[in-house]
Design a protein around this ligand. Structure first.
Ligand SMILES: Nc1ncnc2c1ncn2[C@@H]1O[C@H](COP(=O)(O)OP(=O)(O)OP(=O)(O)O)[C@@H](O)[C@H]1O
Ligand SMILES: [Mg+2]
Length: 895
């Protein structure tokens, strides 16, 4: 039968749509091979005619796709010829089958690639779409290539469905189908059958890390034309000696790549990274550069040049990119011609100057001319000049200068802290998508796989269309994966979800690279982490009790209020934990404002003012009024006394709290500097540099982690104090990573301050238990507004444990007697039998994943009066502390 071209062919969109493989193109030899390779796959009883089972292939996750069956033959079919495939009408019918036969057939699932059109008697059909036909026992489902159901039927005669085969035409209600090929279960389960061609590896993964050290002059210099010969003789030499010891040579492109990108037959030349850079590179950075090179050159996936470098914080993503830019800007594998001319780096405002500094640090100021955009240096100046090759701009400035930037041809686009592009609807993302540059790199230290839709946005940004459309992605990956994780998921759903997740990882793994902190541990000094449980002051406890007794909290716990008033309650408790004067300010503010929709908040504060002294002045707050502030003040004094040359980074998520901390610095005469959301971008790097300088007299760096923490290097400080806790462990991890990074010379001390028995402990417990148990990877931008609380959870949040030294320790079910008061909420206990302070750590402690309950159990812990407490810093602050957890990460070597 002659047929019109299938839509997949007509659209010319081979990247998104599976290729139409007509029955005649089936490859008998391939099938023979597959059958032979899979001796386990046998024709099941009574299905000798089933070509699908013969061709079934358990290919690896990234294996081959559609497996055409053996050429259909007259012998297999009941006398029908190839040109006139059997026409079977699949109208619902009553089936009279023997029971045994029915059961057998029910379990049989078959998948077919089909084309469909409206039923017609015309000889030359006008096929309207490609689709996937799933036949299971007596029912079938037809899905389009976006995974959407476009046809369904049940109760069909078993025999008819059993004998479907390639080339056959079927009638289903409203549609006529032609079977184009058979799909292996693996191709269906992985979802590959829906979207093929979009990301096929250009090189097998086993070769990906291979370095090629072949002689560039050996047989590769084959200039074909005169011009090429000239070019060849000029540029045939690698820029640096590939045979020098420790040289870092990029892999050579394979034949396919050469066919596609070396049309002029330029001689192949080794691309060698500047030895000046290689001298400094860590092993993981060398691998990272090879990875980036392969991806942006399109050597990993034909025609796809987008990468995500998701190394954990502090692993030197900046240096890896700088090395790549410098290499591609001067060299290339074809005739040595440079691959790129201009690079655009987009980064958060606070890091614009950090990038400039890193270029300077690694390459000096002569090799690459970088242009940073700020108030005095406009994009136009970059455009007018031929001097600069790299433009560094903040996301905010990019939006303002988009029109000019669009006029420049950039060959490489780097988006630092690129997880912000996870929302494809926001302006920044659409602006960047509108740039025509194909080679795109996202840098992020934050894990990106926590939300499947956000994951899609990042992938689609670097390699547009590689996962199909958003709606097809949802059907093919997101829905089955999410469904498989529901407690009610059937075995079949679980398997499908797992398989689809594996396929997604495989498809994207070619261009995503993530290494953990462990790879640089040996270059870092030891890290001592402490969780310090601070006794709340008498004033705090009294206010806390009153807040919990308020009508608003009671109504919340009865589930009686809409509009999320629990968030107001949580906010008030958190403020109180930081300092009562913050709560006082809020109450006063509420008194002044008169909007009636804030009644809940007003009711929450009822009677609270009476708890404060009559003449309370928040500006004259004292340290004694807050347990945590008292501990902080002591801690600063101890550090100052014991390590007069060392410096402290003091972190809070709230500007108002930072104001209090700043006032404490002022009162004690500590020199400080401050960076928060209000700090002008142009001043940020200066402030960071000032603090890091050994000549600086600053003792304290006040940092608002949410406003400007990402990407900063604060290695001038070796003590970091987290004054308050965020729901999201990633925010805290971001902050902690500011000082424990390459270049740090001192042992690093981290102190997390928590008010004992309060909501802060609960948030901490949530960080280490819930988030971890669910396996969810978290993201810095998630806030409490995104968290759903059950009434049970709210009850737990709104409980004050006054007599416990450490509720967190109680919950660990530790059998030591250091936390005296065991909580009565036994359902939350994790029963383990262990001795206190197990000593050596069994788990890898250094990855920047949120800490888990089981890891915390292995930390040393002490009540404040414990005689074993030897740490001089902790000893100095024990007076106002009820409990400590401590973990020491010993690193093997210092640089
Ligand atoms: N090979 C190296 N030798 C010495 N210092 C290095 C090396 N690589 C990077 N560094 C330094 O380590 C610090 C951290 O690097 P960088 O800022 O690039 O980290 P990052 O991976 O971008 O982290 P984040 O996700 O926090 O932004 C910088 O001061 C950088 O100069
Ligand atoms: Mg960075």
């Amino acid at each position: 039968m002659r047929r019109s071209a299938a839509p997949s062919q007509l659209q010319g969109n081979s990247l998104k749509k599976p290729k139409f493989i007509p029955p005649g193109r089936s490859n008998p030899s391939l099938n023979t091979e597959i059958t032979e390779l899979n001796p386990d796959i046998k024709l099941s009883e009574g299905t000798a005619n089933n070509a699908f089972l013969q061709a079934q292939n358990d290919s690896g996750v990234c294996g081959s796709n559609l497996l055409p069956t053996k050429g259909r033959s007259k012998e297999i079919n009941d006398g029908t010829t190839l040109d006139s495939p059997p026409l079977v009408h699949l109208a619902p019918k009553e089936i009279i089958e023997s029971k045994g036969q029915e059961e057998e057939s029910e379990s049989l699932v078959k998948y077919f690639n089909v084309v469909w059109c409206k039923p017609s008697k015309k000889k030359h059909k006008k096929w309207e779409g490609d689709a996937i036909l799933i036949v299971k026992g007596r029912s079938f489902t037809l899905k389009d290539l976006d995974g959407k159901d476009i046809g369904k039927g049940i109760g069909h005669k078993f025999k008819e469905l059993e004998t479907i085969e390639e080339g056959q035409t079927l009638m289903i209600p409203g549609k006529e189908l032609e079977i184009v090929g058979i799909i292996s279960p693996d191709d269906f389960n992985s979802g590959r059958c829906f979207q093929r061609g979009g990301g096929s590896p250009a090189i097998p993964s086993s070769q990906t890390a291979r370095k090629c050290f072949s002689n560039p002059f050996k047989s590769v210099c084959k200039p074909s034309s005169k011009e090429n010969r000239q070019n060849g003789s000029q540029n045939c030499k690698p820029r640096y000696d590939p045979y020098a010891p420790n040289s870092l040579v990029m892999p050579l492109p394979d034949k396919n790549h050469q066919c596609m990108f070396n049309k002029n037959n330029f001689p192949l030349v080794e691309v060698v990274v500047d030895p000046h850079l290689v001298y400094h590179l860590r092993p993981h950075q060398k691998e990272g550069i090879i990875f980036l090179y392969e991806v942006v050159m399109g050597m990993r996936m034909n025609g796809r040049c987008g990468a995500i470098l998701a190394d954990e914080m502090g692993l030197g993503k900046t240096l890896q990119c700088i090395s790549l830019i410098w290499t591609l800007q001067c060299q290339g594998p074809y005739g040595g011609k440079p691959v790129i001319k201009k690079t655009l780096i987009v980064t958060p405002g606070s890091l614009v100057n950090n990038w400039r500094k890193e270029f300077q640090k690694w390459l000096g100021s002569e090799r690459i001319k970088v242009f940073t955009v700020d108030q005095d240096h406009k994009v136009d100046d970059f455009i007018k000049s031929t001097f600069y090759t790299v433009l560094i701009i903040s996301y905010e400035m990019l939006l303002r200068s988009l029109d000019q930037i669009k006029n420049v041809k950039f060959d490489l686009l780097i988006c630092d802290e690129g997880h912000r592009l996870k929302n494809s609807a926001i302006k920044t993302t659409t602006a960047l998508i509108s740039l025509s540059c194909e080679k795109r790199i996202i840098l992020t230290g934050t894990p990106v796989q926590n939300d499947l839709q956000e994951f899609f946005a990042l992938i689609d940004f670097v390699n547009p269309g590689i996962l199909g459309t958003l709606s097809s992605y949802r059907k093919i990956y997101e829905e089955p994966i999410i469904m498989s994780r529901e407690p009610s998921a059937s075995e079949e759903e679980k398997k499908l979800g797992e398989r689809r997740a594996a396929e997604l990882t495989c498809r994207t793994g070619l261009f995503i690279l993530r290494r953990t902190q462990e790879v640089i541990n040996k270059y870092l000094p030891p890290k001592i982490e402490n969780v310090v449980f601070c006794r709340p002051s008498a004033l705090q406890i009294e206010l806390y009790r009153k807040l919990l007794n308020s009508q608003t909290v009671r109504f919340c716990l009865q589930g009686l209020l809409d509009n999320s008033p629990h968030l107001i309650c949580i906010g008030a408790l958190k403020k109180l934990c930081n300092h009562p004067c913050l709560l006082f300010n809020s109450i006063k503010e509420k008194e002044r404002s008169s909007t009636c929709d804030e009644n809940e908040e007003r009711r929450l504060y009822e009677g609270l003012l009476r708890v404060f002294p009559a003449d309370y002045n928040p500006l004259l707050f004292t340290e004694k009024e807050s347990g945590k502030l008292q501990v902080l003040s002591k801690l600063l004094a101890v550090i100052h006394q014991l390590r007069p040359t060392e410096k402290v980074v003091l972190v809070s998520n709230y500007t108002q709290t930072l104001n209090i901390l700043q006032e404490v610095c002022r009162r004690h005469g500590y020199a400080y500097t401050r960076l928060d959301g209000q700090t002008p971008i142009s001043q940020r790097q200066q402030i960071v540099d000032g603090f890091n300088s050994k000549y600086s007299s600053d003792f304290i760096f006040l940092l608002s982690s949410k406003a400007g923490g990402v990407g900063l290097n604060l290695i001038g400080g070796s003590h970091l104090i987290l004054y308050d806790i965020d729901w999201n462990p990633a925010t805290d991890i971001q902050a902690m990573s500011r000082i424990w990074r390459d270049g740090q010379k001192h042992s690093v001390h981290i102190y997390r301050l928590l008010s004992t028995g309060t909501i802060e402990e609960k948030i901490y417990q949530r960080q280490i238990s819930k988030q971890n148990l669910s396996g969810a990877v978290v993201d810095v931008t998630k806030t409490s507004e995104h968290i759903q609380f059950s009434v049970e959870e709210l009850k737990n949040l709104f409980t004050l444990h006054e007599s416990s030294l450490c509720v967190t320790h109680d919950l660990l079910g530790c059998i030591c007697t250091r936390g005296e008061d065991q909580t009565d909420d036994s359902s939350e206990k994790i029963a383990i039998s262990r001795h206190c302070q197990l000593g050596p750590h069994h788990q890898k402690p250094n990855s920047l994943k949120p800490l888990s309950m089981s890891q915390l159990k292995r930390w040393k812990h002490f009540s404040a009066d414990d005689i074993n407490l030897t740490d001089p810093f902790l000893k100095g602050i024990r007076e106002n502390v009820s409990f400590f957890f401590q973990n020491i990460t010993h690193t093997t070597a210092m640089q």
